[in-house]
Write a protein that binds this ligand. Structure first.
Ligand code: FCB
Length: 439
């Protein structure tokens, strides 16, 4: 039977934590928080299923921090909500929002947990829709100002900070595939947002550093791509997928250029001065966060816009998202960053976990053995990488709580802790208690 005894094999300076994000847990109807592009998207596309209440972490944050502490975790990754701090416009501060994050950070620090805030985890204030959101370079500049505000106001309450969570999701998934807010399906919009979100990162590195000497990182999601067979066309299709999904972002940050295969397609659509922006984008950072969940099988297809591939799922064991268990992909990316990008960069696994069709047993308990197995298999891969001497610093389980899983609403449960969305009660699952036992 799966268990998490593997946790005992990690060195004592390796940090274990849990991760969440603002829109997914806080509840944006509380505390004067403004609307974000996700409220708009939820109204238009998700039958109004939104994050207005979510887990009401806004009211329950003390209990949640206590749960993190009681499990033996040492760090908490959360995100600031831009619309909570600036609900109406870029100049008018919501003092309740400022107070909320002060209290949250105090509570984290009082409990001897290390805060790992992310500045942007997808809740762009709704007012940016009329400017084109991430299609518009001006949003990147506004983001740098917002980053500066955070550093100025909260900077002495944390040491490490991530700028952006998952630029691929913010751009490709949201502007090309249309599956996330704002739900566009437009290659031109996607390409511009793929560049502008990286520029936002680069500009914010400067605006953060102008206030504090933080450890600054960015969080990239990586998905392993495997051609469905070894035919030349499927191999090429998998390379293109990899260049768009993974390498686009890592190449820009670590090498100051974009991968040629995707640039061949995108160059005519790129903002004019993109090359000079790449200098800003590739400013040195202090650590890299990798979010990893699964792999895709790639099959070539002919498409008018030359995005010539389809993503399929294979036949390995799957999570409730229909994502395959593919732990080898995690060590693949850790090795790749280490070997091909930056040998010295400290790496954190900032998200990893699974949605499970959790069922309560007759005693009212959730014995989420598949989730425990998922964690165990991925931790095994990390341990192998550590043994090779790769500077891996920590692991954050996604997620502390069941929460708002974006376009899936509340149907998909990723938490170590079950949430009853009627009364916000929290109940630990077996996976939580496994962490607790071995941490
Ligand atoms: C990641 C997101 C996170 C959560 C997990 C399942 O892409 O960063 O918010 O939705 O997937």
């Amino acid at each position: 039977m799966s268990n998490l005894s593997i946790l005992q094999d990690f060195p004592s300076d390796f940090t274990f934590g849990v991760a969440t994000s603002s829109y997914q847990i806080e509840g944006n109807s509380y505390g004067g928080c403004g609307k974000s592009i996700w409220d708009d998207f939820a109204e238009r596309r998700l039958n109004g299923i939104d994050g207005q209440k979510a887990c009401n972490h806004y009211s329950f944050f003390k209990e949640d921090i206590k749960l993190i502490k009681d499990a033996g975790f040492k760090a908490y990754r959360f995100s600031f909500a831009w619309p909570r701090l600036f609900p109406e416009n870029d100049n008018q501060i919501n003092q309740d929002g400022v107070n909320f994050y002060h209290r949250l950070l105090d509570e984290i620090n009082l409990n001897d947990l290390e805060p790992f805030p992310t500045l942007y985890h997808w809740d762009l204030p709704i007012r940016f829709i009329k400017n084109g959101g991430w299609e518009n370079k001006d949003t990147s500049k506004r983001f740098a100002d917002y980053a500066n505000f955070i550093s100025k106001n909260f900077g002495d309450q944390f040491k490490s900070v991530a700028t952006i969570n998952e630029p691929w999701c913010i751009s490709w998934l949201s502007y090309y595939l249309g599956e996330h807010a704002p739900g566009k399906k437009d290659l031109n919009a996607a390409v511009n947002s793929m560049h502008n979100i990286l520029l936002a990162h680069g500009l914010s590195v400067d605006s953060l550093r102008s206030e504090h000497n933080h450890q600054i990182g960015i969080i990239l999601n990586n998905e392993f791509s495997e051609p469905i067979d070894q035919s030349e066309k499927n191999i090429q299709a998998a390379n293109l997928f990899d260049a768009i999904y993974n390498r686009w972002f890592a190449d820009a940050i670590f090498k100051g250029k974009y991968p040629q295969i995707s640039l061949n397609l995108f160059e005519p659509l790129m903002p004019q001065d993109y090359q000079s922006d790449l200098k800003t984008i590739s400013k040195p950072i202090d650590w890299l966060g990798i979010n990893y969940y699964t792999r895709s099988l790639i099959k070539s297809k002919i498409s008018k816009d030359k995005i010539n591939y389809d993503c399929l799922r294979g036949s390995l064991k799957k999570t409730d998202m229909d994502w395959e268990f593919y732990p080898k992909g995690l060590s693949y990316f850790i090795n790749r960053i280490h070997k091909e990008y930056d040998e010295k960069i400290p790496i954190y696994i900032t998200e990893n976990g699974m949605a499970n069709n959790d069922r309560m047993n007759s005693k009212g308990d959730i014995e989420d053995l598949d989730r425990i197995e998922y964690f165990q298999l991925h931790l095994q891969e990390i341990l192998e990488c550590l043994k090779k001497g790769i500077p891996l610093k920590g692991y954050f389980a996604w997620s502390l709580l069941d929460n708002y899983e974006w376009s899936y609403g509340y149907d998909k449960r990723f938490g170590l802790i079950h949430v009853d969305y009627e009364n916000f009660s929290r109940k630990t699952k077996l996976s939580y208690r496994e962490f607790q036992k071995y941490l």
